[in-house]
Design a protein around this ligand. Structure first.
Ligand code: BTN
Length: 327
């Protein structure tokens, strides 16, 4: 969904983070000052932090780099361009994953949104992201063999860490199955959904969320330890459009090979990023709680836990939490 022209133009003007008077905004957009006032409230409802100062006007607390197809494509490698069947950019969607799931089109569709009104995380969680402050990216892909999908989220994690490294963001870790962490705090996550079967092929939607900037107010609504690239880089953010292209440059060729090579080629690298090896954890599987110590992952990407009864068991799903009682 795209915003009306005036709302989009207002965002463009305010994206520089400088003050703009109501009169100037109204004149440039060809609307009344009351209309500007209403639009400012609509922007606030999207999670944007604005200040209004008498005599100065309105200002965004943070500069915004709006999504740009032209810019993303300019940073895409040739293989990634060839593998992307379509690139959609929306001002607002319920969820980029839900959008691609409804489309059931060809694999290689790439969908981005500035804002998700019903962003989804793993295990039924809500995924919050203010307008323009995150990367909300989904890619659809098809696989012949359902079995290979089990390790896919680990492979996607490797692609994201590599892309962040190329953008100059070092020290990123992964938490099984697919949390993207920095210093134990969540920078992003991956939501993989098998969206159906067509002509014997399994359609998968891969959703990636990465925090670029979350305001202190916005962060209060997040129910786990979080971070964003602004904190990690001390405010020297990599270009959002370039970072998206870097993720796609890693992700699309990886997906194209994955049906043949599976997780094998990426496992050692994934293990080198894993943050929880040897740690005491509780695995949450719905109402079930399993306590143990992490013993890495097996070759299929299943979590290995040395459980309290002395048995080593493997798990395909769940939410791993560090155990505070032994820290
Ligand atoms: C997690 O819980 O760690 C997974 C978060 C995944 C969020 C992304 S944002 C883009 C895509 N669309 C969604 O609704 N969710 C994923």
């Amino acid at each position: 969904m795209q915003f009306p022209r005036s709302k989009k133009a207002l965002l463009g003007l305010l994206s520089d983070g400088h003050f703009h008077s109501g009169a100037e905004l109204a004149r440039t957009l060809g609307v009344s000052r009351t209309a500007i006032w209403h639009l400012i409230h609509e922007l606030e409802a999207l999670g944007l932090e604005l200040s209004a100062v008498t005599g100065k006007g309105y200002r965004l607390s943070q500069t915004l780099e709006l999504l740009s197809e032209e810019s993303i494509v300019s940073f895409l490698s040739e293989p990634a361009q060839a593998l992307a069947s379509r690139l959609e950019i929306h001002d607002e969607l319920d969820s980029t994953n839900s959008h691609l799931t409804r489309q059931a089109g060809a694999g290689g569709a790439v969908c981005l949104a500035e804002f998700q009104s019903a962003g989804r995380g793993r295990v039924g969680r809500i995924w919050l992201s203010p307008f323009g402050g995150n990367i909300c990216l989904s890619v659809s892909w098809h696989f012949d063999d359902h079995a290979v999908i089990s390790g896919l989220s680990l492979a996607v994690g490797v692609a994201v860490v590599r892309a962040l490294g190329q953008a100059g963001v070092a020290g990123i870790g992964l938490k099984w199955p697919n949390d993207i962490l920095w210093c134990g705090r969540k920078l992003g996550g991956i939501l993989l959904e098998v969206s159906g079967e067509a002509h014997g092929r399994h359609a998968v939607v891969i959703g990636i969320g990465l925090n670029l900037y979350i305001s202190p107010g916005g962060g209060q609504a997040i129910d786990q330890a979080w971070t964003d690239l602004t904190q990690i880089t001390g405010g020297v953010l990599p270009s959002r459009n370039r970072l998206i292209a870097l993720v796609l440059n890693e992700l699309l060729p990886m997906l194209s090979d994955y049906g043949q090579v599976g997780l094998r080629a990426l496992l050692d690298e994934w293990r080198s990023y894993h943050c929880l090896d040897g740690e005491p954890v509780t695995l949450h599987q719905g109402e079930r709680r399993i306590r143990g110590r992490v013993a890495g992952v097996n070759d299929a990407g299943l979590l290995l836990l040395d459980c309290e009864d002395g048995e080593r068991r493997q798990f395909a799903s769940g939410d791993v939490r560090l155990r505070a009682d032994v820290l």
